[in-house]
Design a protein around this ligand. Structure first.
Ligand code: NAI
Ligand code: UGA
Length: 476
């Protein structure tokens, strides 16, 4: 079977970039990305794309209108396609059975029901969203229970491994593409058809095929291993601070062992993003449902350490600021969950800001890519705050880092944006209240330079405390 038309349901961080790259690399395939959100589709069709991702705009501009289309007409997209990619959100369930841990599959189910309702010819349905093991079976059950005469479905698992901020590079040069399918002749044919799409730019040896359940579990396992690596180094950072060891040196020593590898060993204020926490919790819930208590407890600890790290860092800020931040002004540099993205989902900055505001601090947030409305919506989300008015009293969003820092007691780095490294810290120091504190939650700044300027510097996994040196602005 040759794929000529692809429809992707879900024009989000995954659906948008993934299908843009498919359209870019496969000019003979017509790719339509559909979404129930008319607003999101309008943004994809505009000059200001709904997501910031280096390299994305150029690809969209080249392909849009040629073989890449964004449409709010979900039914037509489904009806015309040979292959449908489901790329809708699978957030953690916030109610009912499995609340706070299980993945909410209601959007996936809605897609399956819509496909069954409108499809008039056979289709390959590709599960790209991250799901618990056996979700493909549920999709198959829904499709088969509502099948029309002459229509056949094959459901494949094809999880996505892109990381935000590097999505286009990850999609153009993936470490691997994973395709799981039914172990039958029809299943193998469907796997082959999807594999042929990828072979337009991905070397064949990088396309790994396996059974559906292995593929679904591999995605959860990959994210759990990555998150576990960060929690491991963050746990070590606490030991470093208590002993005088330096977490960067420890990470370097550990990471040069090729069996361990040097990636994902950067200690931080804690991992954020829409997926690590959600997917590890999803795995924990799966293990609990399978009666694998010890395994569930093991993976839960990855989340516990992450929460501990965010709390530990925030507590250190309070302790250093003479055990009270009430009415103090604190600048937060960076609100995105990592650099090169405007995404703020589960960002550590949200938690640090929340903890400090709970203590009565005035928070001044600056992020080069996150809009004011987005920051306010995160900080006033019902899960985050009980008193919206209090938040608006204590929170200021600034469009300039120097304005954000001026007149504050402390500066807190929450995101590793490159521009934070090259700011004029002399100018910042001069504009701050003294003693002026810097809390580097990303280990990106030149600490010695800051200390020489007169700052009191605190960071993760390293003791820099030389006592508080007060230097009036004029003497530096
Ligand atoms: N964000 C990331 O970096 C990665 C995400 N994933 C997984 O990919 C999936 C999608 O994630 P994101 O793209 O970040 O989500 P997102 O929230 O950015 O986008 C999902 C889109 O699906 C749309 N949608 C929901 N139900 C729909 C329906 N019934 N019909 C049409 N459209 C519908 C929503 O309106 C939304 O625009 C999730 O399962 C996630 O775990 C996997 C790898 C990376
Ligand atoms: O399933 C997903 O959604 C994706 O989740 C992550 O991608 P992403 O969350 O976009 O970004 P990462 O680069 O993994 O960073 C996640 C968080 O960990 C933090 N991090 C990362 C690496 C590190 O060494 N230390 C560290 O604190 C980052 O700052 C960020 O807050 C995975 O890297 C992707 O492979 C996966 O596809």
């Amino acid at each position: 079977m040759t794929i000529k038309k692809i429809c992707c349901i879900g024009a989000g961080y995954v659906g948008g970039p993934t299908c843009s790259v498919i359209a870019y690399k496969c000019p003979s395939i017509q790719v339509t990305v559909v979404d129930i959100s008319k607003e999101r589709i309008a943004q994809w069709n505009s000059d200001k794309l709904p997501i910031f991702e280096p390299g994305l705009e150029d690809i969209v501009k080249e392909c849009r209108g040629r073989n890449l289309h964004f449409s709010a007409d979900v039914d037509t997209g489904i009806r015309d396609a040979d292959l449908i990619i489901i790329s809708v959100n699978t957030p953690t369930k916030m109610y009912g059975l499995g609340k706070g841990r299980a993945a909410d599959l209601k959007y996936i189910e809605a897609c399956a029901r819509r496909i069954a309702e409108v499809a008039q010819k056979s289709k390959i349905v590709v599960e790209k969203s991250t799901v618990p093991v056996k979700a493909a079976e549920s999709i198959t059950d829904i499709l088969k229970a509502n099948v029309k005469p002459g229509v056949k479905y094959q459901v494949l698992s094809n999880p996505e491994f892109l990381a935000e901020g590097t999505a286009i590079k990850d999609l153009l040069e993936p470490d691997r593409v994973l395709i799981g399918g039914e172990q039958s002749v029809e299943g193998h044919e469907a796997v082959k058809a999807l594999s042929c799409v990828y072979q337009n730019w991905v070397p064949k040896e990088k396309i790994i095929t396996m059974n559906t359940w292995s593929s679904e579990l591999s995605k959860l396992a990959a994210n759990a291993f990555l998150a576990q690596k960060i929690s491991s180094i963050n746990a070590m950072s606490a030991v470093c601070e208590a002993t005088g060891a330096d977490v960067n040196e420890v990470a370097h020593a550990v990471g040069t062992d090729s069996r361990i590898g040097n990636k994902f060993l950067k200690a931080s204020v804690g991992f954020g993003g829409s997926c690590f926490q959600k997917d590890v919790l999803n795995l924990v819930y799966l293990c609990e449902c399978l009666n694998l208590h010890e395994v569930a407890v093991y993976w839960q600890q990855v989340i516990t350490i992450n929460e501990y790290q965010r709390r530990r860092f925030s507590n250190r800020i309070i302790e250093c600021l003479f055990n009270t931040v009430t009415n103090k002004k604190i600048a937060i540099f960076g609100f995105a969950f990592k650099k090169d993205t405007g995404d703020t989902r589960e960002s550590a900055a949200i938690y640090v800001s929340k903890y400090l505001m709970e203590e009565g601090a005035n928070i001044r947030i600056y992020d080069p890519k996150v809009e004011k409305d987005q920051i306010i919506s995160e900080m006033t989300h019902p899960n985050m705050c009980e008193d919206k008015e209090r938040v608006s009293e204590l929170l200021t969003v600034c469009e300039d880092p120097y304005v954000a820092a001026a007149g504050t007691h402390a500066l807190v780095i929450c995101t590793e944006w490159d521009e934070f490294v090259t700011l004029d810290y002399k100018k910042i120091y001069d504009s701050m209240l003294k003693p002026a504190f810097v809390f580097d939650g990303r280990l990106i700044l030149n600490h010695q330079e800051l200390i020489d300027l007169g700052f009191h510097v605190e960071t993760i996994g390293k003791r820099l405390n030389r006592g508080i040196v007060y230097r009036p602005a004029s003497s530096t």
